[in-house]
Ligand binder design. Structure first.
Ligand SMILES: NC(=O)c1ccc[n+]([C@@H]2O[C@H](COP(=O)([O-])OP(=O)(O)OC[C@H]3O[C@@H](n4cnc5c(N)ncnc54)[C@H](OP(=O)(O)O)[C@@H]3O)[C@@H](O)[C@H]2O)c1
Length: 391
């Protein structure tokens, strides 16, 4: 009997259907012969079964923009449906009508969802996002967040929830899941880590190096949902990413990967990464050199001499025996950077182990920004947390 189902493509939806159909063939009155006669018929039946069994879990969505809407589209993958939405006015909305369920701004506190997604704008303090996360996670309700301010400012308060009640993969590295990979790989043998943490900057520099105008490619990044919300000018978009986004990501990644590996781990504060603002002059140089520069953050354990002109608009920070260096680095100066010069809104990571990389170099890259990869990573976190909470 099972062999007839081998023709169903095994993507997320169909894996679920596969077992349901196997279990419920007779209940739905679909004869074995009907499966054989046509794949179309089979998919129709499968669609019917999906409709009936989807949405048992209740999902609360906090933030209903690019990422929130993309998460909504994937809720079927975790057998969930929307039970409520919260937008910038803080009111709880009915997901079908998008009308407030009441004028009480605390109405969301009475909600008892099975899973919560936080996809509101990342702020300097992360205060509002923290309040939502803490409220639900402290009650054992799994929360998945793409917002970075809470993790960047309140790491110690959120640490007890990490990976059991709180999923944070989408805060750094988009769809690459680099946080988990680095957490596993970091050890005393790792001497250098190089990171492209901001897909939007990568997309913009890549576009300019291919002949697109700066303004055009920035607007394209905005319309594709890659750029952080709220920028007033093209230069603001760049500064929003370099000053507002990258330092938060470095601190989240550092604190997340260091904390489980070293009982004496030293934590960083994102505000200690003094990324200078990009001026119009620096922007002109960056545009002229777009083919040889990428925004790369490097962690060096080895003493390394980096020529001054190799980093444009950079910063340096020392912690323990590490030096963290960030800025628009020259990709033609370090062979390890070659793997990081990918097209589009990519994120990437190179981990070099042993003195002079003699124990190997590990590379990870993938789509770093955008609603598709980000929401996919959030759903993957949700799926893991839900399986833990089920026991
Ligand atoms: N875009 C990406 O590629 C990407 C990748 C990784 C992580 N992220 C993070 O994902 C989050 C969402 O990004 P986005 O591109 O979806 O932004 P967006 O399109 O601007 O959507 C933001 C949503 O949040 C709502 N909102 C604003 N303030 C709120 C508040 N105080 N409480 C509840 N909801 C509030 C907005 O409400 P209104 O509808 O009322 O305006 C809007 O629905 C950001 O934190 C971003 O850093 C984005």
């Amino acid at each position: 009997m099972d062999s007839y189902f081998g023709i169903i493509p095994l993507d997320n939806d169909y894996v679920v259907l596969f077992s349901l159909l196997t279990d419920t063939t007779h209940l739905f009155g679909v004869h074995e012969r009907e499966y054989r006669t046509s794949l179309f018929r089979l998919q129709q039946v499968a669609g019917h079964v999906t409709m009936q069994c989807m949405g048992n879990r209740k999902a609360l969505l906090i933030g209903y923009g690019n990422i929130g809407k993309a998460v909504e589209e994937r809720l079927g993958q975790i057998d969930a449906q929307l039970s409520g939405i919260i937008r910038s006015d803080g009111l709880l909305l009915n997901p079908k009508t998008l009308e407030p369920t009441s004028q009480d701004k605390n109405a969301w506190k009475d909600q008892k969802p099975d899973i919560v997604f936080v996809s509101m704008p990342s702020t300097e303090t992360g205060k509002e996002a923290f309040a939502y996360i803490d409220h639900f996670a402290s009650k054992g309700v799994p929360v998945v967040t793409a917002e970075k301010g809470a993790m960047a400012n309140k790491f110690h308060e959120l640490k007890p929830y990490l990976d059991t009640t709180l999923g944070v993969s989408a805060t750094v590295g988009g769809g690459t899941r680099m946080m988990q990979v680095l957490k596993e790989r970091i050890n005393r043998q790792v001497n250098q880590v190089h990171l492209v943490l901001n897909g939007t900057l990568n997309f913009i520099l890549d576009g300019v190096s291919r002949g697109q105008s700066f303004g055009q490619v920035v607007e394209q990044a905005q319309s594709l949902g890659y750029a952080e919300p709220g920028a007033a000018s093209h230069l603001d978009v760049i500064n929003g990413e370099t000053i507002g986004d990258v330092p938060k990501k470095i601190s989240i990644l550092w604190n997340y990967t260091e904390s489980p590996n070293d009982p004496n781990a030293q934590y960083v504060n994102w505000k200690d990464f003094k990324q200078p603002a990009i001026t119009k002059d620096i922007l002109s140089q960056l545009i002229a050199e777009a083919n040889i520069r990428r925004y790369i953050v490097s962690w060096y354990r080895e003493p390394m001499i980096i020529p001054k002109n190799d980093i444009l608009s950079g910063f340096e920070y020392k912690i323990g025996d590490w030096r963290i260096v960030g800025g628009f680095q020259r990709v033609d100066r370090n062979p390890l950077f070659a793997e990081l010069s990918k097209a589009g809104p990519s994120n990437g990571m190179v981990i070099a182990t042993g003195k002079d990389e003699r124990d190997g170099v590990y590379v990870l890259s993938g789509p770093g920004a955008g609603p598709g990869p980000t929401s996919a990573s959030m759903i993957q976190d949700a799926s893991k947390l839900l399986s833990i909470s089920k026991g």
